[in-house]
Each structure stands twice: as C-alpha cells, then as structure tokens.
Design a protein around this ligand. Sequence first.
Ligand code: ADP
Ligand code: MG
Length: 311
Amino acid sequence: MSLSEFGLIERFFAQQPLKNPHNRLGIGDDCALLEIPAGYQLAVTTDTMVENVHFFKDANPQQLGHKLLAVNLSDLASMGAQPFAVTLALTLPKVDETWLAGFSKGFLDLAHHYNVDLIGGDTTKGHLTLTVQALGLAPKGLAMQRSAAKVGDLIYLTGCLGDAGLGLKIEQGYQCANPEQALQQFHQPLPCVAQGLALRDIANACIDVSDGLAADLGHILEKSGVGATINSDALPLSKAVKTYLAETDDWRMPLTAGDDYQLCFTISPEKIADLTIECWQIGVIEATAGLRVLRSGHIETLEVQGFEHFS
Ligand code: ADP
Ligand code: MG
C-alpha cells in the first residue's frame, strides 16, 4: 500500500529536531510558531519550480531538492538575511518513495548545512510543482535592497559567471572536456549566504544572479535610477567557460545565462578596504541610465531580458 499524505510527511520531512532557537514549533500543528528577536526584521521569499519549466522531466530528485532550497536561500543571501526556517509545498503526481527519499535528502542535507529548519508545508496531488518559502533575519535597516546603488559605486561579483549556463548547454548535448564544475553549478549551486552576511554592513545594493547578470544588474539600475558600465574582460570565468568562449565566440553567454547564484553588489569606493570576502570588481555605477558593456576597448550593447514566464 502506498504511503498516506501524513505517513509521507512523517517519514520524509518531519523527523528533524528543530535546530534554531527562533523556531518554537515546527511540523505537526496547523501553523509553525517563530520568535522574531527584538531589533531584527523578518525577510521572506518564495520560489517555485515546475517540471518542464524549471527542470527536465526525470531530473535527479536529490539535485532537485538541493536546488529548490538553494535558490530560495540565495534570495535571502542577496538581502544579507540569515536564513533560519523554510516551508515546503509539494505537489506530486504520485507517491514515489524512491523519488521522495532522494528529494528529501537533497533538501534536508542543504538545510542542515545552513542550520535551517523545515517548519511546515503542504502536500497535494497534481503536476510536479515544488515551492519553498524561506525566512531569514536581518538587523533593522541593514537588509541590502536593489534600490540602494549610488553613482560612483563600484560593482562586484562574488564568483564566476557562466558555469551554470555551460552546464545547461552540456545537458543539451554540448561536448566539454571538463564538464564537472559546470554541471555541479547548474544542478547544485551553493547560495552565497556567508557573503551576504559579510556584505550587509558595507555594500549598498545587492542582488543574486538568477536570471543572468545583465538582467539582474538591470534590476538594480532601474530601482536605483542609475546606469552602469561593466567590463566584460574583467568577469571572473572558469577554465571551462573560457574554453567555451574561445570555441564559440558566444561572449554574451556569461552575461546573460542564469542560474549561477553569485551575488552582484555595489559598494562605495571608501568601503572597499572593509571587504572581507573574495570578490571581483567588474564595473562602476554611473548617472547615465542603461547598461554598457566594455569589451576589448569597445562599448557593446546588450539587448537582454531575463526569463519571463508570460511573454
Ligand atoms: P492542514 O490540513 O492543517 O493544513 P496538513 O495536513 O496540510 O495541515 O499538514 C500537517 C502538518 O504537516 C502541518 O504542520 C504542515 O505544515 C506539515 N506539512 C505538510 N506537508 C509538508 C511538507 N511537504 N513538508 C513539511 N511539512 C509539511
Ligand atoms: Mg494543508
């Protein structure tokens, strides 16, 4: 006999003792109960992944569980919020215990790594759809917002771009000599939680690169009422991505491909000395609206839009 809804929750999701002191009541009642410490703000985000839209049919369930949580924690990281709790809404076509075992392992291993408790959720039947709501804490007024970039700020990245984009191309048949890092970045990105926390006292604006640098930096520019020039020759790139660019001349790929989940932040020049994390300067915020890309001494234009579900 297949597991009931309650048996499934009990077996795969409820066995975790609560690790975080802010979480007073977890799975098992109508609501979870959380304590928000004085002087902090609650940061709340939610992200859904739908089969055949965000991931391939028959995707590895352990990688899916990891990535679903990672993309949500990445949104908290980009604001400089410390994650402490998540809820999980699962819509499943059927009860597949092998799938559930892999999915819950990928999800809960990453939750454990970041000291995040799964405090509740919902389980329904239907087309495979995975939704997480993630909760984090930031000291009042310190969360980094997209609207806070200032003219003269320098623009930084926490790490390489293009690996996840290359990983997707590899999944679609592109032959690559050393595919491991690109596939890892595509399937199991690590959210930049520690970097976000280290930046919240010193950076101005910050965003996580989920839809591609041009689109995501574009959100900062628009919300802040500024423009920018970035130097595409200064982008941190892995060896595999450099090889891909040499073979294809597809120089826009690291600027437009999504899913890398690095942080892109702006910081005023006098704060640079306070940076404690590894990061790369890639550009500067300017008064003239729009995004300009410097490449081999020339300004290139980049017509880009992030992925839009209804366009
Ligand atoms: P209700 O009918 O009151 O909404 P449910 O029967 O949906 O409650 O859920 C029972 C308990 O299990 C609740 O505490 C809920 O938060 C939790 N829960 C349900 N589905 C999940 C899931 N996929 N992951 C974690 N917790 C879940
Ligand atoms: Mg319910």
